[in-house]
Design a protein around this ligand. Structure first.
Ligand code: MN
Length: 434
């Protein structure tokens, strides 16, 4: 069996005591999501006995950021930021095998998959770990991106498609009067998940980004009937079409903030084939859980690190848990000149347009400790001098306090670095000698 796949990665987690095997029977309606939530930020969990289903369920796979590093051989956040940005600018072409029969089992209905109902107000069962691949009809470019998808019936899904790369491909087919062939990969290696959660420019294939991250060792296969390339060892592949003439209500569903996103009319996918490996696992990904935040935020952290590093010596960047892993950021710097903090604030907003609040601290502050960050604000920050407020700028669609129609929001930067106009010993934490 290949090592570079979800199963190989889980085997490694098992070896390091980070895989919890859950033997009691669980229910896909709230049962699995409740257990994933209770263990959020902890071990990956493999549910061996799922009520009414043959397939096992695995969740919380990369619910800790150090698992992304383990999966890609990086030794620190900053090393993986560099690796990921480099992989996006220097993707490495894959060599797909043409072994069309690589999936052993075919199912006849989406109901045979243990697709979870996560929260009480959800519009239906939702696939949350699905990576959609589609090919530009005019070029050879194949995109891969995460989309949540709600089950409508045995063979149809409605997908949330924000106007980015997949949407562009779908529109090209639609304007030519055609359905867009797509495949959905479920249960991929974490490097593929990380690449698909990143945003390299249109024309850069996320599978090639993952292949670069894995040093050219990613194995892929072509699906002959649709001409689409997928990870060779992923657990489940749905083959189908985004229908040109059909839209459906999508939602309600919980996004990264933990609140319900609004219901929208979205494109429908007809599922023609459901292919699974023998003894397959279905991957669950808890909305608004740590894994969601880690995957969605990591590429943005890398961009913030890259942009802010141009104006100051940046030590650490963190999209915080309380800020939904998306809206708030703490950045620690080694301050060299007065005003560095404000330049870092401006660079961070330029790097990640959804960002709503930035706190800049000195490098003696732990970006992962909210109390430490607050201590810096309490002892090093003056609002009349160190606060930056920028009103009515384009922000995130996910923040319910913003205008979700125009996306206009107000952004705030807090420069909580100590001023260089006072001696530094005024700001240092007292120590007890050993
Ligand atoms: Mn893309």
């Amino acid at each position: 069996m290949a090592e570079l796949c979800l199963r190989g990665f889980l085997q490694r987690l098992r070896g390091s005591g980070e895989l919890l095997v859950w033997r009691d029977e669980v229910d896909i309606r709230y049962g699995v999501s409740r257990i994933l939530k209770e263990h959020d930020g902890g071990p990956a969990i493999l549910f061996e006995s799922v009520k009414g289903h043959e397939l096992r369920v695995v969740g919380n796979v990369v619910s800790k950021r150090d698992r992304l590093m383990a999966a890609t051989g990086a030794s620190s956040d900053v090393e993986l930021y560099k690796k990921l940005l480099d992989a996006c600018s220097n993707p490495l072409r894959t060599k797909p095998s043409s072994d069309g029969a690589f999936m052993e089992v075919e199912l006849s209905s989406l109901k045979e998959l243990p697709i979870l109902i996560h929260y009480e107000g959800d519009g239906g069962p939702y696939i949350t770990s699905g990576i959609v691949v589609a090919r530009d009809p005019e070029t050879d470019f194949q995109n891969a991106s995460f989309h949540r998808m709600m089950v409508i019936d045995d063979k149809r899904l409605v997908l949330r498609i924000v106007p980015r790369h997949l949407y562009r491909i779908y529109e090209k087919y639609r304007s030519a009067g055609k359905d867009a062939p797509v495949a959905v990969m479920i249960g991929c290696h974490p490097a593929v998940m990380l690449a698909a959660a990143s945003s390299p420019p249109y024309g850069v294939s996320e599978l090639h980004v993952a292949n670069r991250l894995l040093g050219g060792r990613l194995e892929t296969a072509m699906l002959p009937e649709v001409g689409l390339e997928v990870e060779r060892w992923c657990e489940v592949v749905l083959v189908g079409r985004l229908l040109r003439g059909e839209i459906h209500d999508e939602g309600p569903f919980v996004d990264i903030t933990g609140t319900y996103d609004i219901v929208r009319k979205q494109p429908v996918m007809a599922v023609d084939r459901i292919l699974v490996r023998s003894d397959a696992m279905y991957q669950a990904l808890l909305p608004a859980g740590s894994e969601h935040r880690v995957l969605m935020g990591f590429f943005r952290e890398a961009l913030i690190w890259s942009y802010t590093s141009r104006v100051a010596e940046v030590k650490a960047v963190r999209l915080t848990k309380g800020g939904c892993g998306w809206l708030h950021c703490v950045i620690s710097i080694r301050k060299a000149t007065e005003g560095d903090g404000k330049n870092v604030i401006l660079a961070a907003f330029a790097a990640h347009p959804s960002l709503k609040m930035v706190v800049v601290v000195d490098d003696d502050i732990d970006v992962d400790d909210p109390s430490d960050v607050e201590w810096a604000v309490a002892t090093r920050f003056q609002a009349d001098r160190d606060l930056v407020v920028i009103g009515r700028v384009r922000g995130s669609s996910l923040d319910p306090s913003a205008d979700q129609r125009t996306l206009l929001t107000t952004k705030m930067g807090i420069d909580a670095t100590r001023t260089l106009t006072k001696p530094s010993h005024h700001f240092e934490r007292a120590r007890i000698p050993s």
